[in-house]
Design a protein around this ligand. Sequence first.
Ligand code: PMP
Ligand code: GLN
Length: 382
Amino acid sequence: MRPFGETIFAEMSRLAAETGSVNLGQGFPDTDGPSSLLEAAARHIREGVNQYPPGPGRPELRSAVADDRKRRYGIDLDPDTEVYITVGATGGIASAVLGLIEAGDEVVVFEPMYDSYAAVIALAGGVRRSVTLRPDAGAGGRFTFDPAELRAAVGPRTRMIIVNTPHNPTGTVFTRDELAAVAEVCRDNDLIALTDEVYEHLLFDGAEHHPLATLPGMAERTLAVSSVGKTFSVTAWKTGWVMGPEPLVRAARTVNQFLTFTANGALQLAVADALRGEGAWVQRQRDALQAKRDRLCAGLRSAGLEVLRPQGTYFVITDIRALGYSDGIELARSLPRTAGVAAVPAQVLYDNPEEGRHLVRFAFCKRDDVLDTAVERLVAAF
Ligand code: PMP
Ligand code: GLN
C-alpha cells in the first residue's frame, strides 16, 4: 500500500483547516439532510437499537432498498439474498472487488476515478487497465470515452469493469448509448460490472440515471453499489448497499463479514424510512444543487477558469490553463495559502497523470454565501 499514502481528500481538508480556507475540496455538504431522518436516528438510539444488526443489514433497510430499486428502475431484487448493507459505498466496493478479483485478474476502470478503486484493486492483487474520459469540445466539454479504447483495454485476464455514473469527478452522466457500449463489451468478454451509483439522485437539466443492470444481458453480471451519504446529505453516516444476483452478492457478502461484519443499526432504520418517504426532499435538494452548480460555474468563469459543466454529482472540473497555470497539484497545494480556498487536483485520480495535469475540481454542495466567498477570494487571487 506504500504508493497510496494519505488520500487527496484528507490532505486537502487538512490544508483547508490549517489555513482557515473555504473547503471546496472534499465533497461533503455544509447543511444537514432531512430533519425526519435525523430525528428518526436519534429516536432509534434512545429506544435501544444499539446492538449488532444482522450481518447483511437490517431487513427493514434491505427491503426498502429493493422496493426503491423496483419503483425507480423496474429492477427486481430479493431483499434477503440480493441486497446487503455495508459501511458506505466504500465498504461495498471493497468487499465486491476483494470477493470477485483474484491475484492477476485485470479490472477496467474509467479515469479519472474515485480513489478507492485503485487501492482496493491493489489490495486484491488485481491489475488496473484504465480508459480515459476526455472532454468533448463539441458537447460543451462533457467528458466521454472512445468505445474503441474501451474494447482495446479488455484482454484475456480481464474479469471486471467498474462504472461510476453519475461520475465523480467529471459530473458526466453516462447516456444509454454509452452504457450500451459498456454492456456490449461486458457481454462479449464475459465480464462482471461493478457500478458505483452513489450520485444517482444528483442530476441536472433533466439528465436521467440508467443503472447498467437495466441493459439487456446485464442484470446477471452486474453488482450495483449505492449509499445514503450524497442522497440525504449525511456523508458521515457511512451506510451503503450492494445489489445484484445472488452468486455475486454472496461473494462480496462473504468478504464483508470479515471486513466489518456489519454496519450501524439505528441509522439503517432511519434510512429505510427516508428511502420510502423523503422523495420530495431529494427533489428539492437536486434543484438547489443545480442552482449552486450554476452559481459556482459562473463564479469560476468570472475568476478566469475554463469550466467543464457537470450534468450530475456536486463537483465541477476546471481547466487551469486558461489562467496560465499548468500543474493542478501545485496550484491546489498553494491555493489554501494564496487564496484561502481548497480544491482537489484531478491529476491524482488518473493513471495517466498527463491527461489530468491541468484539471482542478471544486465542490458546490455548500451554502450560497460560502460559494460566493470562495469566488470573491479566487477572483482576488487570480
Ligand atoms: N464512490 C464515489 C464515486 C464517491 O464520490 C464516494 C464519495 N464519498 C464514494 C463512492 C463513497 O461513498 P460512501 O461515503 O458511501 O462510502
Ligand atoms: N467522495 C468525496 C469526494 O470525492 C470524498 C470522500 C472521501 O473523503 N474519501 O470528495
